[in-house]
Design a protein around this ligand. Structure first.
Ligand SMILES: Nc1ncnc2c1ncn2[C@@H]1O[C@H](COP(=O)(O)OP(=O)(O)O)[C@@H](O)[C@H]1O
Ligand SMILES: [Mg+2]
Length: 288
């Protein structure tokens, strides 16, 4: 089997994946998206023969376009361009979850600082302001007061990039000092962990402590529904505990799994490759 890997930097996650693929005797075509050129009709040589391509681009814009090109060339790619598009943007992510009836934090989107201020006042304090594109907890604001809100909104409106002119305001969920990260393939959980921190941001990238977490039936169902809501794939689903239930705050499409692999007994890269083999098999069947 020939697996294409779209990447710009080989992090520990990609190393884990590459090692597992090689251990199983698969061939890998590493495609550095910084060097690759994509024409409108014919697949570049490196891509043409791949049974499946795995998108591991760090930059969202590259991920969005590179997956589109793979699909235009008729090469199976995970995740799909549609899934990437939905997950790459927190507004689309939230709309997809809410549209599928998956519990997700109450969220308002506003386009001016005046209307964003109205949303903030309506949610009350604290509430949360997030950039619509981004990860690792970057540029997230927990807003404790009207004066803090005014300052943050003015900074965003004045200094911000295009994406910061969209104000994504969310209710603050009083979670128990931790959230839950599940890595799943087409809605089937591979493993889950809790990420605990004294800080309100509990991203592993922010140094949260991690521990294996056993999903109950309700959480498993939410993982499945959240995955379906964004079109499936290899996903990182983030949930918060709300006391008697859960809320899904986002679904990530180029999910990191090194922290999860360290936290759990399950061999996460092996499970990812099991799933990739089914995706590549699908192409081989069509060709045959
Ligand atoms: N509405 C919220 N209420 C309380 N905590 C939140 C809320 N949204 C996010 N968080 C915390 O912030 C972290 C990062 O938020 P998230 O939406 O996942 O953004 P990112 O894409 O940067 O990971 C979450 O893991 C969680 O700990
Ligand atoms: Mg997150």
């Amino acid at each position: 089997m020939l697996i294409g890997l779209l990447y710009s930097r080989i992090r520990r996650d990609e190393k884990l994946l590459l090692q597992e693929l090689r251990d199983r005797g698969h061939e890998v075509a590493k495609i550095d998206v910084r060097k690759q050129r994509f024409g409108l009709t014919d697949a570049p040589d490196d891509l043409a023969d791949c049974d499946v391509v795995v998108d591991r681009c760090l930059a969202t814009s590259r991920s969005l376009y590179a997956t589109k090109f793979c699909e235009a060339y008729g090469i199976p790619v995970v995740n799909s361009a549609d899934t990437a598009e939905t997950c790459a943007d927190k507004v689309q992510n939230s709309l997809a979850l809410a549209g599928a009836g998956v519990p997700t934090p109450a969220t308002d989107v506003a386009f001016t600082k005046e209307s964003a201020m109205e949303s903030i006042e309506a949610f009350g304090y604290p509430c949360v302001l997030k950039p619509v594109v981004g990860s690792w907890g970057r540029l997230m604001a927990k807003i404790d007061s009207r004066s803090a809100a005014e300052a943050i909104l003015e900074h965003k409106a004045t200094l911000g990039h295009y994406e910061h002119k969209v104000f994504y305001v969310q209710e603050f969920v009083d979670k128990p000092g931790r959230d839950i990260r599940v890595v799943a393939t087409d809605g089937e959980p591979i493993a889950a962990m809790v990420r605990s921190s004294d800080h309100w941001l509990t991203n592993a990238a922010k140094g949260a402590e991690t521990a294996e977490f056993e999903l109950d039936a309700e959480a498993e169902q939410l993982v499945k529904d959240a995955s379906d809501a964004v079109g499936g794939g290899l996903l990182g689903i983030d949930l918060m505990e709300t006391g008697d239930s859960y809320t899904v705050h986002e679904v990530n499409h180029t999910v990191e799994f090194k922290a999860l692999n360290d936290a759990v007994e399950t061999d996460v890269p092996a499970k990812v490759v099991d799933w990739l083999e089914t995706k590549a098999g699908a192409k081989q069947e069509v060709v045959a």
